[in-house]
Design a protein around this ligand. Structure first.
Ligand code: URA
Length: 245
């Protein structure tokens, strides 16, 4: 693929802007500045540098973000800053089918929820991860207002009724975290679906209240401890295999 087309496909702007970046000597491949926009490269596994920042070529972009509190998962946020402002602009400008689409969040977290959020420009992946039929487990660390009782854990596992759903929704797994015999405000809840405010509504349905919510795991993939709030990283092929497993 031509270097200018590689840059275009990765979200570095229009073809004209990408050709300009190359002609101005701002792009290097294998440590060598390349100034011919039409120079051909094998794009698979290509790592190039644009204005000092290194980029791996990705046919489709898959990444995880540690969502900080006080951010909205919308492109057009109403009150808090958008999570998309935490990403470098090429990730927001990746073209798809002739239009600028950028990466999209796989499902949404509330503004006050923290933790693992996946983003991609692969529509099929979004569908697969979001569909209740695929039962991808998502693990939430819940801090509750009142101490958690055994009966509440039991009800969450058996199923609770939410106002807009005639069928009970149940946790795929639910455990009280803490010392046996000591009061605990920490619940680890696993869901395989993603209804609106689901955790908060389930906890309210058992007469408790969510004070803090953090998503620690999706599928077999845990949020890495060294990924600070607001930071993102690419998903590896191994991560992708583990999420779907
Ligand atoms: N459930 C909620 O109530 N909020 C979230 O952000 C995610 C799951």
């Amino acid at each position: 693929m031509q270097l200018q087309d590689i840059l275009f496909s990765q979200g570095f702007g229009t073809r004209r802007v990408c050709a300009g970046l190359v002609q101005q000597g701002r792009v290097s491949v294998s440590g060598v500045i390349r100034t011919l926009p039409a120079e051909e490269f094998e794009e698979d596994c290509l790592v190039f540098t644009v204005q000092g920042a290194q980029w791996p070529y990705q046919e489709r972009a898959y990444l995880m973000l540690n969502k900080p509190a006080g951010t909205e998962c919308s492109q057009k946020p109403s009150t808090y800053p958008s999570i998309y402002t935490l990403l470098p602009s090429p990730l927001r400008l990746r073209p798809q089918k002739g239009a600028v689409q950028g990466v999209q969040a796989v499902g949404r977290l509330d503004q006050d929820t923290t933790g693992m959020l996946l983003l991609t420009d692969d529509g099929k992946f979004i569908h697969r991860m979001s569909s209740p039929r695929h039962h991808v487990p998502k693990v939430y660390e819940v801090t509750t207002k009142h101490p958690i009782e055994g009966a509440q854990v039991q009800k969450l596992l058996e199923g609770v009724l939410l106002d807009d759903d005639p069928k009970p929704v149940r946790a795929a797994a639910c455990e009280r975290v803490g010392e046996a015999g000591e009061p605990s405000h920490h619940l680890r809840l696993t869901l395989t679906e993603g209804k609106y405010h689901q955790v908060k509504r389930m906890i309210a349905a058992v007469s408790n209240r969510v004070e803090g919510l953090h998503r620690s795991r999706i599928g077999a993939l845990s949020l890495p401890e060294d990924l600070a709030p607001g930071q993102w990283r690419w998903l590896t092929a191994d991560d992708l295999a583990r999420i779907a497993s």
